[in-house]
Design a protein around this ligand. Sequence first.
Ligand SMILES: Cc1ncc(COP(=O)(O)O)c(C=O)c1O
Length: 443
Amino acid sequence: MSEHGVDGLNSIERLDKEHVFGTWAFQSEVTPTEIVDADGVRFTDADGQSFIDFSGQLMCSNLGHSATKVSDAIAEQAEDVPYVAPNYTTEARARLGEKLAEVTPGDLSKTFFSTSGTEAVEAAIKIAKFYTGKDKIVSRYRSYHGATYGSISVTGDPRRLASEPSMPGAIKAPDPYAYGSTLDPMESLEYIDEMLMLEGDTVAAILVEPIVGSNGILVPPDEYLPRLKEIAHDHGALLICDEVMAGFGRTGEWFGSDVYDVTPDIMTMAKGLTGAYQPLGATIVTPEIAAHFEDNMLTHGHTYAGHPVACAAGLAAIETYQEENLIERASEIGEYLGERIDGLAADHPSVGETRGVGLFRGIELTKSTEERVPFGAREDKVSKGSTVVDEVSSTAYEHGTYVANMINTLIIAPPLTITEDEIDEAIEALDVALEVSDDAMDA
Ligand SMILES: Cc1ncc(COP(=O)(O)O)c(C=O)c1O
């Protein structure tokens, strides 16, 4: 048991608060919690309290916290060849490139490696611009694509606002969000068609999360993504699918694009690519796009592009998904998770809508069932203080379950290894936590 001071922090947490910036935060509100152990789907703080990881940390710990094949591969690679410059290769990098060509849809076959989701998106934006010779990227308002300049420019959620003015050519479109938007999802698509027509032949790519993650787990109708690809191609633009959160089994398929049988022209990945055991991003393209760069320079690169230790982790992670049949497992146990969440919806009037597929689920809360008034507004994401939705998450935490939330939706994305008993335990905590939002509803 660690000693806590009057500020509630132990000595490590206090050191951290003093010397390390918290992310996306007013620093006065940052209260770091020291984590000392993680095992299976649980993690443990310095006081010995353990929590079910019902959101896989930042929707990235797809393999849970005990994937020994991955940790062993990391140790082995760090001993053999910890680093070489990207102009060299290693077996890990070459084999991971081959593996990604195998598990991604269609003929996607050549990868640029980076170290994060945002870098994967930056590479996708640049490749699309270089390949098409056009400047504009159409993305959507309810989206998150990363924190660096290009990626935050194409991000639609309020985290983008502080970084504006955006990259020139970053244009926003409406979203497939039947519950909370006045536009029907399929109408919103035709709006995008018209946008591209009106922009003339200047749009390099449409960039979307196939299933929107942190902006509320928005699952489009089945016909949406195929039609979006058609619209992009009709206007000479590429389709980029950002699979940073939806990828690697989360949806019960390898990728969110697979749910809709769509092969994008460019796909971005990170998070589940290594199960979060190492920082690794990847941007994979079709052979036609790859061929363009045979005689046109790929003016892009990083010191850590194709880092051997990260690639070894990626390869071992994909082998783990395959050997343990985790993608199929996510689909099966995801059904159970969906049923349990729908059970919560039936018992709690503050649950406005439940959405999701596989182990990628959202619970959107409402103050008023009829009028669908949200507890959390978009601007709350960048303002001080906590919302009712934050209080629901913190009550679940007090009851042993970590669940992330964004704006007005609880984001449920546990490791693909979670069992029915562990789901039951987490649902019990949510059952108590949702009383907070039930009590806060409009009379
Ligand atoms: C869809 C999507 N794209 C990109 C990113 C950025 O990834 P990173 O935080 O690794 O830069 C995220 C992060 O949550 C994401 O969800």
